[in-house]
Design a protein around this ligand. Structure first.
Ligand code: COA
Length: 165
């Protein structure tokens, strides 16, 4: 499954992406509000890439910048038991602020809409993560309340903003 947007190619991740992905998975500025902790070695990134699974209800993508064919981020959109599709993303630090997250998110939402029609959407970000909240709102979702989420290792707990459409 590959999607092309104006500036990006959204395509499946492979183990060969480890080196490029480690440029953000190993960057604590990127991992700060993520559910994963900063990868301390490329081996952890490889482990993650081996575990990534895509299905008809969970799409995961690497985001490749068309202009130089470089992998600059990753993200996905998946259906939850509550009937809402949730999307998420993260990008290399030097690629922030260029509208890539909004472009990739809109494309993932469009993919699911084209397959399943009128879908329910949700997204969550740390309450302090203003840039992510802005991306979510630009995708048309509205603030629906506060919540909380924990990192995989249980070491970080964040107050979260929840958005729905
Ligand atoms: C969150 C993240 C994906 C945003 O990516 P991005 O490509 O920079 O996002 P976009 O450029 O599409 O949109 C960001 C918007 O927020 C705005 N913004 C950025 N930082 C901001 C800040 N500190 N305060 C207010 N607005 C901010 C930008 O101006 C932009 O809005 P605009 O297009 O109206 O100017 C990126 O910062 C990232 O990878 N962060 C680390 C991982 C992460 O936190 N992921 C989300 C987990 S929920």
């Amino acid at each position: 499954m590959t999607i092309t947007t104006e500036r990006l190619i959204l395509r499946p991740l492979t183990l060969d992406d480890a080196e490029a992905a480690f440029e953000w998975t190993g960057d604590e500025r990127v991992a700060k509000y993520m559910i994963y902790s900063t990868h301390e070695s490329i081996e952890i990134t490889k482990e993650w890439l081996r575990s990534v699974k895509t299905s008809d209800t969970a799409f995961e993508f690497g985001f490749v910048r068309k202009s130089d064919n470089k992998l600059i981020g990753s993200g996905g959109i998946r259906l939850h038991d509550d009937g809402f599709w949730e999307f998420g993303y993260n990008f290399r630090y030097d690629c922030w602020g260029m509208g890539y997250a909004t472009e990739a998110s809109k494309a993932m939402i469009e993919l699911v809409r084209s397959r399943y029609g009128d879908i329910k959407l949700k997204a969550e970000c740390a309450a302090e993560n203003t840039a992510s909240a802005h991306v979510i709102e630009k995708c048309g979702l509205h603030f629906a309340g506060f919540g909380e989420y924990q990192s995989y290792d249980g070491l970080k707990t964040f107050k979260a903003k929840i958005f729905k459409l």
